[in-house]
Design a protein around this ligand. Structure first.
Ligand SMILES: [Zn+2]
Length: 128
């Protein structure tokens, strides 16, 4: 990969705007080798895979189709937001599952407690 360092300019070699990531730096262009999108170009955070990347990702064609040359920072934040939203939704789901389990456990405890209470009341009635 011999990508020129374009940090001083926000225009790519063909004069189009380079999307910016959460670091507010120009993203890097890659070509997909996946089965679903072979040869499709996409932009990723420069620091991708180096530990401090911001998970910014956008398909090249979607970036220019949806926002033209003006919305370069918007599209990235939209991508970031949808990723965050998915993360939060997943976490919420896990939380709800845990809450359900907790409720079930609480019901068992409650039933046990009521049984104990009834037992106690019955035995105290017998004694008096
Ligand atoms: Zn970044």
């Amino acid at each position: 990969m011999s990508q020129p360092n374009c940090s001083t300019s926000s225009l790519s070699s063909n004069g189009r705007v380079i999307p910016k990531c959460g670091h507010n730096v120009s993203m890097k262009l890659f070509v997909s080798k996946s089965v679903a999108n072979p040869g499709r170009k996409y932009w990723k955070c420069k620091f991708w895979g180096k530990g401090d990347d911001c998970n910014a990702f956008v398909w090249d064609d979607e970036f220019y189709d949806d926002f033209g040359d003006n919305g370069h920072s918007d599209v990235v934040s939209v991508e970031l937001m949808s990723k965050l939203e998915r993360d939060i939704a997943l976490k919420m789901e896990a939380m709800e599952k845990k809450m359900d389990e907790l409720k079930k456990k609480l019901n068992y405890v409650l039933v046990g407690f009521i049984c104990l209470l009834v037992h106690f009341l019955l035995s105290s009635c017998k004694n008096s």
